[in-house]
Design a protein around this ligand. Sequence first.
Ligand code: UD1
Ligand code: UDP
Length: 397
Amino acid sequence: MLFISYHFMEQMPIPPLGVRGLKTLLFISGTRPEVIKLAPLIHAFRQQPQAFECRVCFTGQHRELALQAFDFFGIQPDYDLNLMQEKQGLPGLTASLMTALQPVFQQEKPDLVFVQGDTTTAFCGALAAYYAGIPVAHVEAGLRTGFIRSPFPEEFNRIAISKIAAYHFAPTEAARQNLLREGVPDLAITVTGNTGVDALLWAKTQVEKQKSPELEAFQQQLDPKNRRIALVTLHRRENQGAIMAGMQQALSTLATRYPEVLFVLPVHPNPQVRTALEPLAGLPNMRLTQPLSYEIFVWLLAESYLILTDSGGIQEEAPSLGKPVVVLREHTERPEALEAGTAILAGISPEDILETVSKLMDDAVAYEAMVAQCAQNPFGDGRACERILAQITNSFK
Ligand code: UD1
Ligand code: UDP
């Protein structure tokens, strides 16, 4: 059955999706997490070449971070808009995305556009599709903190995408409920699990089957010597500046308090983040590294004792590897992790971070209780892409 809902855009002409024949799908991504979370979906659709022609547009919002991920998943983008600028601001990025995406739509005339999550690439991809009169499928729809500036600008981006999208692929029931509250019709929503869990499980199998020479070299170099590993990542725009400086101080105190723990911190290439975290480089049990390839990162996640992060994707991945997460943020759009007990929202002040992390380092019972909660990942079972493929295939019938 064909079902398209333009719940806030009743006046817009609906393209004729319900016609049989080969359909062109355009997948738009620009940052590392979008590439990782769309990769298994692109592979799933590519396994149906009689029904779908898949085109991949990489905006280049990120450069090396995203290209590493494409490489790992063996996907070659059809378009590379090459947009990244050093210290890019949101107005310039938004303007260049809108200008550069239009010719891609004119060239491909896709039947359906896929965007993922809440980045500026995803927002502009959806907006450009709307301007071109092409329906949008939103993967990872319905996440909300309820605070328009946290995360910034992602909370706005995902709300805006929900106003445009025809298909809303919600990872969880809570995300579905958020969409229903905003007036998205039930029939337009499919609860799928997060495609990031599909990607992770695939990557884990690959790492178990065969390690790349890069991973072997990293393992040798890291040499944890049976020490517990605390894996740390930080990047959120709303935390940059004074808040991230406070987090750096908290990490420094933790490294001194727990000299037997090895803190590994792959530093995001954002210059603001680099500058904030640089002072940690001199500590003997702190390893600041370049951003790690997805293969190496997945291996390191599995080796870690505890994850400290402001990342969204890592919160979704960690439970599948049995790893508790301390979320270094004030608000979360992933309450499922808190409810399931796989993550703790520590807040952003150094005192709160020290207290939460110290408890999990010192109290084996509290730590093991969190590990036990990871037995079932609240974000997915690895079959999200299968459900999205089924829904879209059904819609074209
Ligand atoms: C972006 C997304 C954020 C997502 C994050 C994932 C927006 C507004 N933000 O944030 O939602 O969680 O990606 O990592 O869409 N840089 C490089 N090389 C790279 C990537 C980035 O040098 O491969 C540097 C550049 O100086 C760039 C800066 O990082 O200007 C910031 O990149 P940007 O995409 O604007 O923001 P992120 O903080 O990465
Ligand atoms: N990741 C990676 N290498 C790293 C850090 C993270 O491959 O050095 C992966 C991680 O496994 C997850 C994704 O990048 O799949 C998360 O990206 P990020 O934290 O940048 O963005 P967010 O998920 O917060 O949007």
